[in-house]
Ligand binder design. Structure first.
Ligand code: BYC
Length: 336
């Protein structure tokens, strides 16, 4: 009502003073909050508060970068896959990750940023990507372990994002989650073959990979809830549906039985079923390591970024050729 009164203000009074605009914005904000409370999806054309837009841009672009950087540790093994079947599966998986990155960059672009801006932020170290991809893939068993544990953790985190309040992100996540679930299964299958039919050396290789990836996978869910600055607002806006600690616990609970099936030991002496909580208790996570890796000082941070920059530079001629082709087509169409 208050806002309507502002809108009908006579034109001769000139430009509406700032307070009038804020009343309009207040009404828009109220409508937006009500839609979020009602569980509505927000589309790109809808009004949204600046900070909602910024938070989504931050999360979606980080997510896109994670997919693209995530191609590197596994891509490294395509030429050394042990069989043609494993090579074909890995090739498809790595291509899927590239596709996920593209859906996500496209979703982020709907918020008013360009792909070039996002890529530039990654290449100059301003944008984050998942800490997990700063660890090395030392053996073939690392590839299966990434599928089983890293993609397993990713699914746990990403399924709730299919209900994210921002519709373009939610839609992208539905496609991504379907593919991630194949990724997790192929990783588990690859490890199972080595554990059941492999040699002692292969079984030891799988155990070694699980030992190295377990703790970094638990870190993927982000800092503990009481040290997560973005959680409260992210949950309020329906961007984040489940907290970091809850997802981490769900992941541990789901993975313990899978580890038993595989015949590997999870490297945590404190892992113990807690009857009272109905969950698995697990040991302390080394958060100092997490923050070090996120700040750029992990085992492979420099290598990963350098590879991304190199790939971008090497691809310059493809981008130029595609643009030249598009210009030619446009000229032809105009002439016709
Ligand atoms: N690594 O307040 P918090 C994949 C940052 S792709 C690095 O809890 P939020 C896959 C966080 O950004 C996996 N940084 O933040 C791909 C924040 O810093 P800023 C990627 C992390 O946003 C290929 C600060 O710490 N998945 O699985 O509420 C092959 C405080 O955190 C990490 C996604 O991106 C981390 N692990 O929650 C295979 C999913 N954790 O930005 C697999 C979408 C936290 O304030 N993202 N930080 O400077 C999310 O769900 C949320 O953004 C997070 C963090 C749970 C990651």
């Amino acid at each position: 009502m208050y806002t309507q009164a502002m809108d009908t203000m006579p034109k001769e009074l000139g430009e509406a003073p700032k307070t009038l605009r804020s009343a309009d914005e207040l009404a828009l904000q109220e409508r937006f909050d009500a839609r979020i409370d009602a569980g509505d999806f927000i589309e790109a054309k809808d009004w949204m508060p600046d900070n909602y837009r910024k938070t989504l841009l931050r999360q979606i672009s980080q997510h896109a970068h994670s997919e693209i950087v995530g191609m590197l540790p596994e891509g490294h093994w395509i030429s050394r896959a042990p069989t043609l079947k494993r090579k074909a599966i890995l090739l498809a998986k790595v291509q899927d990750e590239g596709g996920h990155g593209l859906y996500l960059y496209a979703a982020a672009e709907t918020l008013g940023t360009s792909r070039d801006q996002m890529v530039n932020a990654l290449h100059t170290g301003k944008a984050k990507y998942s800490s997990i991809f700063n660890y090395p893939t030392l053996t073939w068993a690392d590839v299966g372990t990434i599928g089983w544990l890293v993609d397993g953790a990713a699914i746990m985190n990403q399924v709730p994002i299919c209900r994210c309040s921002y519709a373009p992100y939610a839609r992208a996540m539905i496609r991504i989650c379907r593919e991630e679930s194949f990724h997790q299964r192929q990783g588990f299958d690859s490890l199972l073959v080595m554990m059941k039919d492999g040699t002692d050396a292969q079984r030891a290789m799988v155990q070694d990979a699980v030992n190295r990836w377990w703790w970094p996978c638990l870190m993927m869910f982000g800092p503990p809830d009481d040290q997560s600055p973005n959680s409260a607002q992210g949950m309020r806006w329906g961007i984040k549906r489940v907290s970091n600690d809850t997802l981490r616990q769900k992941f541990v609970d789901a993975t313990v039985d899978q580890a038993k099936l595989l015949g590997v030991t999870l490297p945590d002496p404190d892992l113990k079923w807690n009857e009272e909580r109905g969950h698995w208790d697990f040991g302390a996570i080394d958060w100092a390591e997490f923050f070090r890796v996120v700040a750029g000082d992990g085992p492979c941070n420099q290598e990963r970024l350098a590879q991304r920059v190199q790939a971008w530079d090497d691809g310059a001629w493809v981008r130029e050729a595609a643009l030249a082709h598009a210009r030619k087509q446009a000229t032809k169409q105009q002439a016709a």
